[in-house]
Design a protein around this ligand. Sequence first.
Ligand SMILES: Nc1ncnc2c1ncn2[C@@H]1O[C@H](COP(=O)(O)OP(=O)(O)OP(=O)(O)O)[C@@H](O)[C@H]1O
Ligand SMILES: [Mg+2]
Length: 294
Amino acid sequence: MSDPATPAYGRTVDARRIGAAPQPAPHRVNANLGAATVFDIRDVSVHYGSFRAVKGVTFPVAKNEITALIGPSGCGKSTLLRSLNRMNDLVPGARVEGTVAYRGKDVYAPGVDPVEVRRRIGMVFQKANPFPKSIYDNVAYGPKIHGVPRSERDGIVEDSLKKAALWDEVKDKLKQSALALSGGQQQRLCIARTIALSPEVVLMDEPCSALDPIATARIEELMVDLAKQFTIVIVTHNMQQAARVSDKTAFFSTEVNEVSDTRTGVLVEFDDTQRIFTTPSDERTENYVTGRFG
Ligand SMILES: Nc1ncnc2c1ncn2[C@@H]1O[C@H](COP(=O)(O)OP(=O)(O)OP(=O)(O)O)[C@@H](O)[C@H]1O
Ligand SMILES: [Mg+2]
């Protein structure tokens, strides 16, 4: 039987986080200002050409926490996630306004190297995308192109595969093709490949959507474990997943402009995960998390 004092939602919810002063923002943002802030996202809008996909987003991301981005399809979760490590630079016509401060420094400031940004802020995608190379070479690839000497790479490969909870399954076949692994193993390999670069943040865009419940549970356990070392921001359509693993949740929705017939993603509410799933302050959040909308 569950202990009524134990929160049903959120990973490490504690009283410290609840009731912190709201930040000035168009949407409700309740942040734990005591924890070290890794990202300070301020008034961020992203356009694709003349289309504004998401507007006016403000929220912080705290160190060693898991922050979940949730909301209906098309509300700009992936767009916002990609703006955190300048992945949108690679999309023709994409433009980011506002400030994405990472450890106090705007990642879009002149002189900032986007390659270095993406090393520190790694990304794992929805569909596992290993290179058509061996398991070893997939993990060693990043360190190799960043100039890590060959003599250090064996150690990095082993360490990364261990952290990604894949080592035991692959240690005897490191030279085999990564494409022969199962979907869940491939996704853990992609996580190993990302953490081989010693990032500080790992962004994950629906990393479990192509996986079965067992592989999903493994990745969820892994995320909780990885958050001890890394800061994680995850996009998920799985409400239970957001509730189970994340500390903070940002709920996005879409505003429809009837005149121009355009839809723009907005952040409705950002708060402790427990609060978003039990006592959200916005009716739209409540409707979404209870399954009445979206
Ligand atoms: N490369 C692109 N070029 C033009 N428009 C885009 C591009 N990528 C996304 N969009 C548009 O931006 C809006 C937000 O898309 P985004 O992929 O960020 O949504 P999402 O919340 O991640 O949706 P889903 O849950 O379906 O993945 C959508 O209207 C989408 O069509
Ligand atoms: Mg998406």
